[in-house]
Design a protein around this ligand. Structure first.
Ligand code: ADP
Length: 241
């Protein structure tokens, strides 16, 4: 599912969070929205998801206008920064959630839900945690469960907001390569937000560098790293003469 972001603007009172952003995100690619804190990455991601409405501009998935579609109708899986798992539900119930809240007609049978959830837990290599509660898991495990939950509805678009932001460096590094493998395995179009240039350079097919709500540069990791478009990108990547 290709994604087209067309002249998106978003203000919070007088503050311009997203400033006329246009982007084409090709089908099947893993794109990093990279930039310093406050540069508008999360706001843009939430607008792509339909969790936030833009003031103007449009969002298309595969050429179809999604601008006024509700988040539940866009076919997106969303992974929040701090996992946002339901504390009072088991891992199994968390992953099953998106399937159990479907309207009765669209809801899979109990057995189909069980199979789907166990397949997803196997995919994230955590099937043994099915009956545990989130607080019995490590941060890295919780984030993998959050991913399994996002995948339960078989999204065509997977959106991740600083997916590894709350984890320590070692777990971050593990989950990076893990996300890359997972993305390749399930054939989705993915976008993840990060302020960590190393993470973007290592994992993404495509990098969009943002600052002050604007796109400073977009391209492959090699293009962005080898040919920073301007002094901001140059400096942000920590390049030295
Ligand atoms: P990033 O993800 O790059 O850190 P955000 O998109 O979260 O940036 O935020 C961009 C700016 O918009 C920040 O300065 C933030 O304070 C502001 N902002 C984000 N959401 C809201 C909101 N709901 N109300 C007011 N200001 C907001």
């Amino acid at each position: 599912m290709s994604i087209r972001v067309n002249q998106i603007n978003k203000r919070f009172k007088d503050f311009v969070a997203v400033d006329n952003v246009s982007l084409d995100l090709p089908e099947g690619q893993l794109t990093a929205l990279l930039g310093p804190s406050g540069s508008g990455k999360t706001t843009l991601l939430r607008i792509i998801a339909g969790l936030e409405q833009a003031d103007s501009g449009s969002i298309e998935f595969h050429g179809e206008d999604q601008t006024h579609q509700h988040v539940s109708e866009r076919g997106v899986g969303f992974v929040f920064q701090h996992y946002a798992l339901f504390k009072h539900m088991t891992v199994f119930e968390n992953v099953a959630y998106g399937l159990t809240v479907k309207p009765r007609k669209l809801r899979p049978s109990k057995e189909a839900i069980r199979k789907k959830v166990m397949d997803l837990l196997e995919l994230v290599q955590l099937d043994w945690t099915a009956h545990r509660f989130p607080n019995q898991l490590s941060g890295g495990q919780r984030q993998r469960i959050a991913l399994a939950r996002a995948l339960a509805v078989e999204p065509k678009v997977l959106l991740l907001d600083e997916p590894f932001g709350a984890l320590d460096a070692k777990v971050r590094a593990e989950l990076r390569s893990w996300l890359r493998r997972l993305h390749d395995e399930i054939h989705v179009t993915s976008v993840f937000v990060t302020h960590d240039q190393e993470e973007a350079l290592e994992v993404a097919d495509r990098i969009v560098v943002m600052n002050h709500g604007r796109v400073e540069q977009e391209g492959s990791p090699e293009e962005v790293y080898d040919h920073p478009a301007n002094p901001f990108v140059y400096q942000f990547l920590g390049k030295v003469n």
